[in-house]
Design a protein around this ligand. Sequence first.
Ligand SMILES: [Zn+2]
Length: 570
Amino acid sequence: MKLTLHLKTPETPRLILSNSSNMSIKHLARPDAWALDLALKVDGRDFSLEGREYIKQVIRDTSPKLVVKKAAQTAFTISFLVRSFHWITMRHWHHLYLLPLKQGAIPFVQKRLDPMISGSEYLSAQFSSVDNRLHKQTVDAISLLIRGVNIESEMQETPADVIVFDEYDRMATDFLEDAKHRVDGSRIKRLTFLSTPTVPGHGLDADDEWWASDMHKWFVPCPYCGRFQTFLFEENVKIGDDKYDCVLECSYCHHAISDQQRTNLNAEGKWEATNLEGFFRGYHINQFNSPTMLLHEIMESYFAGQRDAKRMKSFYNQSLGEPYTSPGDQISTQLLDKCRDQNHHLGGIPNGPVYIGIDVGHDDLYVKADTLGRNGERLMYGIWRFQDIPGKTAWEMLEEQVLMKLGTWMAVCDAHPDKRGAQALSVKYPRNFWMGFEKDRPEQEDVAKFDKPERGEPSKVIIDRTLAFDSVIHQMSTGGYVLPPEARELGEQMPRRDYNGFYSHMIQMVRVEEEDLRGRIVASWKKNKNADHWHHADMFSYIATMKRPAMIVTSNISKALQKAGSPVAA
Ligand SMILES: [Zn+2]
């Protein structure tokens, strides 16, 4: 006789009616109605959708993948907490609730989750069994795990039916893919991505996130002409002399619409897909639909942003729910174009020492060389890309085709991922070939700290990467960086773009300012999925310009000098 163990019933979804009274069938499909009947308290107030009717469809949406690109103060985070409690207790779906930082998990639970549970008799009874801050469990053994994605071990052994990524744009990408696989063993597999956007192309604004969704937008009717529209900054706001002087008006009949009218209009609003080719569900909303933000409050950071780039970024990200980069935060093709000089040519006899930056790719070396102009500006001298060929390594080619052909040079080479090649050249050319170590916020004041080289040891330089990339973009914006007229043609072929690899690599990284674990605002340059080797090679070349090159003494000359008893060889 065969004994079959049913540990988990496989049918989808696992709808189990709660036996507590008063739970009608409508509650299964409607987390909002459920929360209202339970008189759930969220952030100290009764849960309510009054003035926030846009929440209703989103909270009831059971799409497998849901992307919400939101402005601040639109009540989405709290709505998804309500939905989590509903799906856990009513649908019996295991939840993994992810935050950017492990260190943020306990405060999040203390401030937002625990008060919701303790403020409701129903939820208190449901979650009475386990008293663990980051691992809640119902009496039916359905779990709610709260985790930070910055620690790899946090994601192990945590299967789930539903994952909510809260503030996705702020999550370090290292373990995100691992996190998504936590639903692999589930038949439910529901992924929800929430974020205030940050910079174009990153996080939820990536081509395969928001831009691949069906892009639902919230439409409300004008109280005067009745025509439906999405309120947009460019379309609907008449900007006045100051924040009190701005008017939100209908984009058709141009009647002014008051703050109270804006709130009331949500009751008549509707979501509409604006991309019919979308692969999954996307929702976007801005603060012009927020019942708690007055127009002059929204416009405050716009006016402050005229003088302060950070406030302008905050206006776009927090108020409009749109990504934004200020001119100093990302290299653009326009900025590179401005650095082109019709009279500058690559190669030839260098006008002085050549400064070389080398980035180590998967199996390529990316090499950029510059000379310095009269005013210290960096003039592009050439770029090379080397790959191993039978009988010769990329490192040997670098030495033969670049280093040995130049007179006086100074090189800084990426010390990761493969140290060996860089190390060998550094030992061979002490004080000229430096191994560069990029660090986020190293303990040093300068952009680069060159170690004192020891005989027979490689020369090392510690680089503050944020300061280094900041300095490069500063050079570009202030005439300190010169490219040849054909700069768009340089680098690997990119047939679908109007530039090639050099430009493409240069424009990928974005400068982002974030709060660190101690609450300080710190800047860093963030990568995306695309290659950025030329940008790194360029930065290493900049670092090379900070050190005067030593005279190169090749081994033959050195031996000759040693024989002659000259002190130069020492
Ligand atoms: Zn109108």
